[in-house]
Design a binder for this molecule. Structure first.
Ligand SMILES: Nc1nc2c(c(=O)[nH]1)N[C@H]1C(S)=C(S)[C@@H](COP(=O)(O)O)O[C@H]1N2
Ligand SMILES: [Mo]
Length: 170
């Protein structure tokens, strides 16, 4: 391969990376604002609206324990405060018999798809806003909040979505 070919390949790669960075930035722009205002973007059918902390904390608050396992810590049991995801769907009058999945997304683009049966399990999936009695700190302050999806039955915490900013019901 001559240096001209290598040059062309490099330019093409840089353009591709640039385009992906731009797409990524755009899709997260609304997410950053939501995160800063402690809001969650909710999408259902053709509707899109914001859920704020006043609303979320007005729904049935639950305290529960779950075992958190991160890449830097051993598994440890914590107390969490938040609301069950199915309660939110109930309050929004979503007919859960007719959904295919619920997709949750963090401000960093991390995406987790939840099945209807997982969602309807009444003691599994929560939107947590406190850990051990303290509000979850935002990403900017080194935390995982202000909202984190906690899945009690996911023992490795892999699907616990940190910095939750979007819930989409499909
Ligand atoms: N928003 C978001 N949530 C996430 C992740 C992530 O990269 N972004 N990583 C997942 C993985 S793979 C693990 S193991 C747990 C803990 O990740 P940590 O060790 O990076 O804190 O968070 C999960 N939730
Ligand atoms: Mo992980």
């Amino acid at each position: 391969m001559n240096s001209r070919t290598i040059g062309i390949i490099m330019v093409v790669l840089i353009i591709i990376i640039g385009v992906f960075a731009l797409i990524n930035k755009k899709s997260l722009a609304g997410g950053k604002e939501a995160l800063e205002r402690a809001q969650i973007i909710f999408k259902y059918d053709d509707l899109e609206f914001m859920l704020d902390f006043d609303y979320l904390s007005s729904l049935e608050e639950k305290e529960f324990t779950a075992v958190l396992d991160t890449s830097s810590t051993d598994p440890t049991r914590h107390n969490y405060t938040g609301l069950a995801l199915y309660k939110l769907l109930e309050d929004l009058n979503i007919d859960t018999n007719n959904i295919r999945q619920v997709v949750v997304r963090g401000v960093d683009g991390y995406t987790v798809a939840l099945t209807p049966s997982e969602v309807m399990d009444k003691d599994n999936i929560y939107i947590a806003y406190k850990q051990d009695g303290k509000p979850l700190k935002t990403k900017g302050k080194g935390g995982v909040g202000p909202y984190q999806v906690v899945i009690r039955k996911d023992q490795f915490s892999q699907r616990w979505c940190k910095f939750l900013v979007e819930i989409e019901v499909k």
